[in-house]
Design a protein around this ligand. Structure first.
Ligand SMILES: *Cc1c(COP(=O)(O)O)cnc(C)c1O
Length: 473
């Protein structure tokens, strides 16, 4: 499979190259040159397979030419063996034709593990092949950093420098990062905000000499390998609920449009979907876009579902590329409007194409609390605030008749409630406990550098600890 950039000016790459590149050099995102498909019988047959085996069937056409099926099978098997249940992504019923897909059974209790466990093994292997090392530098508000630190710990080809805002991530999120003591993992608490951390990371990447010397690389959610790995659980969930004969609807708590775009990948591959519901908190740029056709940046507000407190839904560009007939000139036009005016407009045709598959809804802070409460009262089941946003929007759209009662409705549960204990306690007066195997997390030894909000200081720290420069020379 070959990959092309949504902006049309970067060269075509293999899967291997696209994985290591992340963002395309023209600022675009890589997408497959054509959509591989599975026929009805192929999809039907998935229902008898383990999660790791479904992953092999779904991912094989995307990695063709870069990985052998045996290599792919090995990565999938070892990545998903780190989950605390053999199902990996179990379904749980919370109402009539109303389901939750639990994606939080990985090592750091959020769905980011599903892709990151796969990506880390993949990147390490691709680098070993080339005899290269990279230095991964990233900023996190919590979940992505925890998943990355855990997944890359101890891998020989990679050093990870993960910046988080000091005192502004939850205790659980901090300890998931700082108690990983492997020598290739470097946590940095920056005396500043998440935005400050991101600004520092951007500055390091913009210093091209530094970037090349230390072979800087990123693992944010625009990486194609990360997004495609998430398409797998749409297949396992749908086939468990009667697919492909029965079309299934999914509600997805959305920030950067990565997780829900993975559902679109599954649809493009041939999985019948009744609806993909974009569920946002009050940071609702995508809901407004589906309502009005205008994609317009507003100020970010802090909510109980912080992993969705995002302005720019980067992966949306991948969907736009398809609805604009894969015309990179039109994408470049929209993106230049976005950077010059803070907004762009979609024409009616593009908007109708999006609405044919996607619906969207927002959930207020009050509704998030109310949903946590209602689900707990109805099912004695505790959902995290991100999951609550998805359930609220799903039920609302069903009540409005957007999808009928005969269609199985699956809400993606993106985090374990113990990751956000304060919000849960506020809603139902119960403080959810961590799973047994990490009940001592907050007492474990921590290692973390504290640095001022200063790109120069961070650069000096990276230079003093990174091993890539010598190794690649
Ligand atoms: C990252 C995250 C999301 C949002 O996922 P996107 O792929 O950015 O849309 C939702 N919930 C949780 C718990 C997350 O960590």
């Amino acid at each position: 499979m070959r990959y092309i950039s949504t902006r049309g000016e970067a060269s075509e790459l293999t899967f291997e190259e696209a994985t290591l590149a992340g963002l395309a050099r023209d600022g675009g995102l890589y997408v497959p040159k054509s959509w591989p498909t599975l026929d009805k019988q192929n999809i039907q047959d998935l229902s008898h397979l383990s999660y790791a085996d479904v992953a092999v069937k779904v991912l094989a056409p995307f990695v063709a030419g870069s990985l052998s099926t045996d290599e792919l099978a090995e990565f999938c098997k070892s990545a998903y063996a780190t989950f605390d249940t053999p199902d990996v992504a179990p379904l749980r019923q919370i109402g009539s034709n109303d389901w939750v897909l639990e994606l939080f059974h990985g090592p750091t209790l959020a769905f980011k593990d599903v892709a990151m466990q796969f990506l880390a093994r993949l990147i390490d292997q691709l680098l070993a092949r080339r005899g290269k090392r990279v230095t991964i530098v990233g900023a996190t508000s919590g979940d992505t950093g925890a998943a990355a630190v855990k997944a890359f710990a101890g891998l020989p080809s990679v050093d990870v420098f993960m910046l988080h805002p000091k005192g502004r991530v939850s205790d659980v999120q901090r300890c998931q990062m700082t108690t990983v003591l492997d020598r290739n993992i470097h946590n940095i608490a920056v005396e500043g905000t998440f935005d400050d951390c991101q600004t520092i990371v951007k500055k390091l990447f913009q210093d091209l000499e530094f970037r090349d010397q230390y072979a800087l690389s990123g693992v944010n959610s625009i990486n194609w390998a990360r997004v495609v790995a998430q398409a797998v659980y749409y297949f396992t969930a749908a086939t468990a609920l009667g697919g492909p004969q029965q079309a299934v609807a999914f509600s997805v708590p959305t920030g950067n449009f990565g997780d829900i775009y993975a559902g679109y990948i599954a649809r493009q591959m041939g999985l019948p979907l009744a609806r993909l519901m974009i569920a946002t908190n009050v940071n609702d740029i995508l809901v407004r876009t589906l309502e009005s056709g205008r994609y317009e940046l507003h100020k970010v507000m802090a909510t109980q579902s912080p992993s969705m407190d995002i302005q720019i839904a980067s992966n949306f560009e991948r969907l736009l590329f398809d609805v604009l007939d894969r015309d990179p000139d039109r994408i470049r036009g929209l993106m230049s409007d976005l950077s010059s005016k803070g907004r762009f407009e979609l024409d009616t045709d593009a908007l109708e194409r999006i609405r044919a598959l996607f619906a969207a809804g927002r959930c207020s802070e009050e509704q998030t609390r109310a949903t946590i409460k209602t689900v707990y009262r109805e099912s004695k089941y505790i959902v995290d605030p991100h999951t609550a946003v998805g359930i609220n929007v799903a039920r609302d759209l069903r009540n409005r008749g957007d999808i009928d009662d005969t269609i199985p409705l699956v809400s993606l549960s993106t985090a374990h409630p113990a990751k956000f204990p304060d919000a849960i306690e506020q809603a139902i007066g119960v403080r959810p406990a961590l799973p047994d195997h990490m009940s001592d997390l907050l007492e474990r030894e921590e290692r973390c550098a504290v640095l001022p909000n200063d790109a120069g200081e961070v650069a000096r720290f990276v230079a003093s600890q990174a091993t890539a420069a010598g190794a690649n020379a």
